[in-house]
Design a protein around this ligand. Sequence first.
Ligand SMILES: Nc1ncnc2c1ncn2[C@@H]1O[C@H](COP(=O)(O)OP(=O)(O)OP(=O)(O)O)[C@@H](O)[C@H]1O
Length: 896
Amino acid sequence: MKCLQARFAASNFYTNVGPILLCVNAYRDVGNSLTLNSTRSLPLSPQLNKVVQEAVRQQSETGYPQAIILSGTSGSGKSHASMLLLRQLFAVAGGGPETDAFKHLAAAFTVLRSLGSAKTATNSESSRIGQFIEVQVTDGALYRTKIHCYFLDQTRVIRPLPGEKNYHIFYQILAGLSSEERAKLNLEGCSPSTLRYLQHGDTRQDVTEDSLRFQAWKTCLGVLGIPFLDVVRVLAAVLLLGNVQFIDGNGLEVDVKGETELNAVAGLLGVSGAALFRGLTTRTHNARGQLVKSVCDANMSNMTRDCLAKALYCRTVATIVRRANSLKRLGSTLGTLSSDSNESVHNQAEIASQHASTIGGGTNAGSKSMAALNNAVKHATDGFIGILDMFGFEDPKPSQLEHLCINLCAETMQHFYNTHIFKSSIESCRDEGINCEVEVDYVDNVPCIDLISSLRTGLLSMLDVECSIRGTAESYVSKMKIQHKHNSRLFDPKSLESRLFGIQHFAGRVIYDASGFLDTNKDVVPDDLVAVFYKHNCNFGFATHLFGSELKALYSIENVPRGISFRISPTSHTDLLNGDEPVSTLTQDFHTRLDNLLRTLVHARPHFVRCIRSNSQESSNRFERTTVMRQIRSLQILETVNLMAGGFPHRMRFKAFNTRYRLLAPFPRLQRTEEKLMEDCNLILEHVIELMSKEQNVHVATNWAIGKRHIFLSENIRQHLEKLRTETRQKSAVLIQATWRGYRFRCRWATIRREKELQTSTINQSTITRATNNGARPRPQPIAGTPPPDPNEKCDNKIIQQTCNLFGLDLERPPPVPPSRSYTVAGNTKLGYPQTRIMKMTYPEDGGGDGAVLLKGEPVLVVGASPKRGHLIVEHKHYTLHVPFQYLELKQNVNI
Ligand SMILES: Nc1ncnc2c1ncn2[C@@H]1O[C@H](COP(=O)(O)OP(=O)(O)OP(=O)(O)O)[C@@H](O)[C@H]1O
């Protein structure tokens, strides 16, 4: 804590605990819109840069997927850091911010940020959408990107909690549309305060900012190729639905307050007012095969209205995400922006997924199908670098079902960290008989995860049961209290309100109000309402598209509507259980998706970034000790420091250790055989320690231990090993380059002399040019230091292997190398052969013995592509040469 505070005062907001990075949010630029574009002007810290460099390095060295996992409470700066990391990832592997891929991704984030952020009690820019950004990198270059979104906060689209500004997009629409556009959408006269969904007022300054953000949002929709008007019509309908209210009338039917708005909503959604009214206020029931229609009361109709608003909102978000993921990148050589199907890895996994309350935890799935599933996930995610920015721990009052899911997600991420950092290192030390001086006493949060999500008795499973028997919030809470009466993680808030219960989470105690749990969990919309959007009744294609798979399932049989319900949120399946209930609930879906995410993560090498908010008021540069202390405790930072300082947090197989560090030992003393691996490891370490003791006079003898299968390293020795390795490699590289360049230069000496002679003939010309250039000398040519490729080499074996892995091809029979093209492409034009080109450099550089030499600056005739990769055929003075294309420059209007 003292260390963090001192660093904070010195404007050092990033601190490393071994390989784990702590970021303290200093709120230096509150109001930052947290989009990928907005980070372009921000400086990137060297520490964040190192995380990216390390992930890219490990990915390219091992081919193993990497995951940068951001965690911390709400408002700690996860989304901010994730955008900076992503920008840096593009700079390292993706060609930088001027590429099409970056622009598309930046547009997607601008659109999603507007749709998915809201002001909560703890964060004015809280992300209500969890994100896992998957960037596939092949050979150190970005190949494709994909955003996986986790959206579960539908309830608050229509019902903000006290102190919340609802989803920012609604404000932006109202502030950004011109009055003409508003009139067209029937939003004229609406202001945030007149719309029920936007009760929590804003200030004038917000309005200006909202309007600017709206323009950015609109432009970015265009970049993604999403029709602006389609989306805005749906969102305007959601807004207007907020002013529609059903009240019990005198007759059979309910009365409507805000009929004009209801008709406007119908108009925007392309259906008739009467059809929408009927869809919202009538229900079809199936009474033993007999279809009966009934009129809903006001309460039920209002609930259906809310369901419609939620369904429209989250289905629009899902459509935009799908669209952003299926964009092709035009005119770029780097590949496509996830050009394949919309089915994500997570969806593939969903098919067979079962609940697993903890990582690798017991599921009862057949081990064979599990292995197949894990393999499928592994292959599909090979080689990615992922950035995970999920929901942070929250404690709003009152806390609802969505917050229980959000906190389950935070618990799961905490458990992932515990398992990876503490549990696995302590257990492997024990298994391999290593005695560690430091006891790391971390808090395991498995009991809390089990309480919420264990298969039969977990709170979520009990909620599903309660939903299926049509129970009540009171009966649910009383059953859970009986079932878990000895569980110290569940506590009774001792309130008169029987629908409250409390959970002791890793980051604090939260009291939940179960009043809306059952309805939120069922998450259903009746078929009477869905049928309204069938293409024969609805002339707005986008609205029909939002309910596309439900309508297809509904109209595959006659008798529509027939008293069934569908899920409000888009799911990967529209199947129905018992003929009329969706097969899953909101929490089941979320839990399954979380499990699948974990399965992806356990195959990846994690890099942890732990975010900490510096104060609870979002004030700039204020370090609040109690707020920071609470987070240090819950994130178990002290335990991490202990482990890094005195334990063995790193372990490596003997072979891997040898391969990586054998360059540090005296070469002749290494045995270099499989049987003597352990001896070699010892030798390397002893030699390194000897070096270190000589250099720095430090005692590091206890910093490593040899186990049965692994070598265990402290953080201290790992850092030293890495430092020495980098230094040795650098020195060796310089030596190799110097020797090679010397040799090449000596070989080229004869040619250089001839070049000089050629230059003498144009010496007068150059003197004139130099004079007009104010004496500036021409730039010296770089020395070509790379040896020419082996003439027999057709295609690099590594490339063949990677291509086969990527596309699942048979390595025994790799695809044929594509034939050379009969043309070249310059700008956007195809140029056929023969072509005239100018020699950029002399070829061959060493003079070529007795054969032909093409001198720098000479025009030559290129007659076609050479069968030798990367070469062109040049005919020059009766000679035919195969010249690497980089020696030749394309010039138009040159005569030989
Ligand atoms: N390093 C930073 N420097 C300056 N401002 C920051 C930094 N990190 C975050 N902020 C600001 O703090 C606010 C909260 O950050 P952010 O939304 O990233 O938190 P979060 O952890 O993602 O929260 P949630 O889980 O609620 O989405 C933002 O307005 C952001 O601009």
